[in-house]
Design a protein around this ligand. Structure first.
Ligand SMILES: [Zn+2]
Length: 446
């Protein structure tokens, strides 16, 4: 089979064709015993094992994962690769947390070798957590962005990333200038944007650390290249919002700072957006700019509870993200569990089908990557995970008592984490195996 470029995997299989309807199951495709057939790293067909057998397919050709669940790889719409070691740092809210933990750590990424090792470790952690695509902040150092793209290219990952732009209100060693950031951005864009599976995102950290001149350069770059992304932070913390008022006294509100430099649009993803006014909400909707919902980060940094129903009612594209190192886990499953609780506190609900849709096709759509990834439609790139539904005694006990698919998935979403990821595949190629890890293959760990 492999001579023909074909691979077949048999397990429970779940993916989404559209935003799921929990009642009618529209948008949900689930096979209790299914086969995922790939050709040259892309999906050729997904159907029940019975349907494959009826077509004369020999099921013995499949790699069989009984009791496991195959799903498309998870997508993280907002994460910081230099902050892996900042995770779980005690005691502060956003602005103090940046100064005390993040900025000193990011200074180390001036060293290309350090950045290369950190990029490799970060990508391994994503794969271990079943995350196959992410929208990633690097640091202000162009060499750290180069290191990230090199590592992602080597693993053939579909990734979006960008060099952080920051020319004020941070330690001197972490500052660029409008001129140097324009120069560096152009070089990196020309080298990496749309190369293989890679995409570039302009990445001003957030308005307080960029001068108006640098934001103007960002707008110019956004217009100069097609299909660039833009990522930054927005309205995360009350102190931050008060600071914006001081720094940009002429702006109508926080979002208007970005708007006035031409930074809004369907390929712009704003992290957080917790404390937005109706005017800001309407403007995001008008421009179809996206919000990245970062539940573990919002709780950990005490930033606030995103009113998801309000964002959705305004028809703003919404994605879900870990925001490590403000976030406390690389796992999208853990992230969904915290999202559920944030919604509960506001009298809202997150059905597991919707949660898992968000982590796959929903995020692919929000990032305009759904023509490549997000589900098992024929022709899509076969990035997928093999999930163990009961890796711990507690999960096994709970799993035995589940009564239907939604119940099984809710237990997975609530109790699950990286231990549920048995394997991760990138375009049909095994990229992470937990059993190999368990046997002591820890070489990737630095
Ligand atoms: Zn962030």
């Amino acid at each position: 089979m492999s001579l023909l470029g074909l691979q077949a995997f048999r397990a429970r299989i779940l993916h989404f064709t559209d935003m799921p309807d929990a009642v009618t199951q529209a948008g949900v495709e689930y096979f209790e015993d299914g086969v995922l057939l790939l050709e040259n790293g892309r999906v050729k067909k997904v159907a029940s094992a019975q349907a494959f057998a009826d077509d004369g397919f020999d099921l013995r050709e499949c790699e069989h994962f009984p009791e496991h669940l195959i799903m498309p790889g998870f997508i993280d719409s907002h994460v910081h690769y230099p902050q892996t070691d900042v995770i779980a740092s005690y005691g502060n809210q956003l602005l103090d947390w940046l100064n005390q933990f993040t900025f000193p750590t990011e200074l180390q990424f001036a060293e290309p070798e350090f950045a290369a090792i950190a990029a490799e470790q970060f990508l391994q952690l994503l794969l271990e957590n079943g995350t196959t695509t992410a929208m990633v902040y690097t640091t202000v150092f162009a060499q750290s962005t180069e290191a990230f793209f090199s590592a992602a290219a080597k693993k053939n990952l579909r990734m979006i990333a960008g060099k952080v732009m920051m020319d004020r209100n941070a330690p001197a060693g972490l500052l660029d200038t409008p001129e140097s950031s324009e120069h560096d951005n152009r070089q990196i864009i020309e080298r990496w944007h749309q190369q293989g599976r890679l995409h570039y995102a302009l990445t001003p950290r957030f308005a307080p650390t960029s001068s108006p001149e640098q934001l103007a350069v960002t707008g110019k770059l956004y217009r100069d290249y097609s299909d660039l992304y833009l990522q930054t932070h927005l309205s995360e913390n009350h102190q931050e919002i008060a600071w914006i008022k001081q720094l940009f006294p002429n702006a109508r509100d926080y979002l208007d700072v970005y708007d006035s430099f031409g930074l809004l649009g369907p390929r712009s993803i704003f992290g957080h957006g917790i404390h937005l006014s109706d005017v800001e909400l309407n403007r995001l909707a008008e421009t179809q700019s996206g919000i990245a919902f970062c539940p573990t980060s919002n709780l950990f940094l005490g930033s606030g509870l995103l009113d998801v129903a309000r964002i959705e009612a305004a028809k703003i594209p919404l994605s879900i993200a870990t925001d490590v190192g403000g976030g406390t886990s690389f796992s999208l499953l853990r992230t969904l569990a915290e999202a559920y609780k944030i919604l509960q506190l506001q009298g809202q609900k997150l059905h597991p089908l919707k949660g898992l849709y968000m982590a796959t096709l929903g995020n692919a759509r929000a990032l305009h990557l759904d023509s490549h990834i997000g589900n098992f439609a024929p022709g899509k790139e076969a990035d997928f995970v093999v999930l163990n539904l009961s890796p711990t005694p507690l999960q096994l006990s709970r799993h035995k008592k589940t009564s239907c698919l939604a119940d099984t998935l809710f237990a997975l979403m609530t109790l699950g984490d990286e231990h549920n990821i048995a394997r991760t595949y990138i375009m049909g190629k095994l990229a992470f195996s937990r059993s190999a890890r368990a046997q002591g293959d820890l070489q990737w760990l630095i």
